[in-house]
Design a binder for this molecule. Structure first.
Ligand code: LIP
Length: 264
């Protein structure tokens, strides 16, 4: 029997809150960098690993047979057709430096756990510092708590945009050139350091658009569903599927303009 997506939301919310509380407590107690990953700037803390272990244990207990794709512990095959795509602490560098902009990102997807091939069913992005829990079930809208979310429409003053830069210094020149191409349509630019919160901010109308190269599946899995359920669009180069090459998220008009500028 296929589980209705709405039945997955309470589990995701409960686990996100528990995981967020753990991350917050560890941050207040002091955080150490456990290792570097793809580049010297790509760090993981002991808390990242501990929080992901908690999330994985809770999901395994509640939904044995579901798959898992997590930033720190990799993948686990699904026998139910559902895979949980998890970033335990999205905004790890912010977290390590004590900048209060980070989130637990949990998504449940159906099908192959590959961006562009999966169908996102449930997305939860939780910032424990602000106690803001963004959530969406496919077809049932995007919400911040009980407040329904909606993306913005294009404005004469230009778009308030956000972006990010990868950990590999070799990619920074291209990222900065892309910013220069986009700035003529922007009223201003933000670089907040957490893709899931950038996407949640687009869904909530706090940003008009977001674009970033190099994201991993767990960075955008939950936030992309928030944007789509808030009336926005999410895609990659040329408006195709999201991937490491590019993630673009905005209301329809700004999305088309960003796709056109970034793809040209
Ligand atoms: C981060 C993203 C951020 C991006 C960073 C990194 P992490 O994810 O949320 O938008 O600019 O390079 O990918 O590593 O903190 O989970």
């Amino acid at each position: 029997m296929t589980t209705p997506p709405a039945d997955l939301l309470p589990l995701a919310v409960d686990i996100a809150r528990e995981a967020g509380a753990l991350a917050y407590a560890r941050r207040r107690a002091g955080v150490s960098i456990a290792a570097t990953k793809s580049a010297v700037a790509d760090i993981v803390t002991d808390a990242d690993r501990e929080v992901e272990t908690l999330i994985r244990q809770r999901l395994d207990a509640a939904r044995p047979g579901d798959g898992f794709l997590g930033e720190e512990s990799g993948g686990g095959e699904s026998t139910t057709g559902i895979t949980w795509v998890v970033d335990p602490i999205d905004g790890t560098v912010n977290y390590a430096f004590g900048i209060p902009i980070y989130a637990v990102s949990i998504a449940a997807v159906a099908g192959e756990p590959v961006p562009g091939e999966w169908t996102a069913l449930v997305g939860v992005v939780y910032n424990p510092v602000t106690d803001e829990l963004f959530h969406a079930v496919r077809g049932e809208g995007a919400w911040l708590g009980e407040q329904r979310l909606a993306v913005t429409r294009e404005a004469p003053a230009g778009a308030l945009l956000a972006t990010g830069f990868g950990y590999d210094p070799a990619t920074h020149a291209g990222d900065l050139a892309r910013v220069a191409k986009v700035m003529p349509i922007a009223r201003d630019l933000r670089r907040m350091g957490s893709a899931s919160l950038d996407l949640a901010s687009v869904a909530a109308g706090r940003l008009d658009g977001y674009f970033e190269r190099g994201l991993n599946p767990w960075d955008h899995a939950a936030g992309a569903l928030l944007v789509e359920e808030a009336g926005g669009r999410v895609g990659g180069i040329g408006g195709g599927p999201v991937g490491r090459a590019m993630t673009i998220a905005a209301g329809p008009a700004v999305f088309e303009r960003l796709v056109s500028i970034i793809t040209e």
